[in-house]
Write a protein that binds this ligand. Structure first.
Ligand code: GUN
Length: 284
């Protein structure tokens, strides 16, 4: 392997120490950051994510409140719960775990969360504020990617970044964060013709398509930075990313592994956003 590994686990651990210190300072000012997580239904992956979020809160000295609702909960009941949390001064962050059952309108749910407590950064007000470079809650996975690069000493300004994938949660916002840092950004997606033509020009490739081993060495310029956002299971049931790690790591300059790459940063930035919300509540 020639590429240098970007160790998300270590960088996340370092950031969590910094966040835990800030939590203690806030507690000294009488505020304990509180995160409410709403889980609807019985999705096993969602349950694991939610458990990890609770664990992270405990480790960093924050309060967490888990609200579990049945799969068939009426939409109105979920919206009323969110309104209640919007008005609760002990709660600084509200996260509704996605995906939601089909009978619930995801947009309506996201837009009911107060933008001041939207620690996922999914509310259109936070997205708009991010796009215009104002103070905002940044979505956790894109934010985590920017912190990984910064902590690794990789400059973004002037670089050509190619994003593969255009989801609302990762692809679209991460491109915006790169643009905010003066990168040149190309978005590629399932309808892109000749994907390799684009990715081979990239100084930084972000793979966020959700297809195991989709990005091969052939897609990558020698020495490029490769960020793998994928969390997939291969045929053998083993966790793998969107990047064919064995061959791409022979060609790239830097690469994030799966697991222990981008993944640990997502919850870390959620904790950071909850801390930020609690700190900002002092001035409201
Ligand atoms: N489901 C998968 N990723 C996420 C996330 O970042 N936030 C929420 N709320 N749900 C998710």
């Amino acid at each position: 392997m020639t590429a240098q590994l970007i160790n998300g686990k270590d960088i996340a651990a370092k950031k969590r120490v910094e966040i835990a210190k800030e939590v203690q300072i806030l507690k000294g000012n009488g505020i304990t950051p509180g995160l409410a997580v709403i889980l609807v239904g019985n999705n096993d992956a969602s349950k694991t994510y939610v458990r990890n979020k609770e664990k992270a809160c405990q480790e960093l000295g924050m309060n967490s409140l888990l609200i579990e609702l049945a799969n068939g909960v009426p939409e109105q009941e979920l919206l009323a719960k969110i309104e209640e949390l919007n008005d609760d001064p002990a709660i600084h962050g509200i996260l509704v775990q996605l995906p939601l059952p089909d009978h619930i309108d995801e947009r309506k749910v996201i837009e009911t969360i107060s933008p001041l407590k939207d620690v996922d950064g999914f509310h259109p007000i936070n997205i708009g504020r991010m796009m215009t470079g104002q103070n905002a809650f940044l979505p956790c996975t894109p934010y985590g990617i920017m912190v990984l690069l910064d902590e690794t000493g990789i400059t973004v300004e002037g670089k050509h970044v190619v994003i593969v994938g255009r989801s609302n949660i990762v692809g679209k916002p991460v491109g915006q964060l790169f643009l905010n840092q003066n990168a040149t950004v190309t978005y590629c997606h399932s309808k892109t013709k000749d994907l390799k033509l684009h990715t081979r020009q990239a100084d930084i490739v972000v793979a966020a398509v959700g297809i195991p081993n989709f990005i091969t060495a052939d897609h990558i310029k020698e020495g490029a930075v490769v960020i793998d956002v994928g969390i997939n299971r291969n045929e053998a049931g083993k966790l793998c990313g969107d990047v064919k790690f064995d061959e791409v790591s022979e060609k790239a300059g830097f690469i994030t592994p799966v697991p222990k790459g981008v993944g640990p940063m997502t919850i870390t930035m959620l904790m950071y956003n909850t801390l930020k919300s609690a700190a900002e509540s002092l001035n409201q």
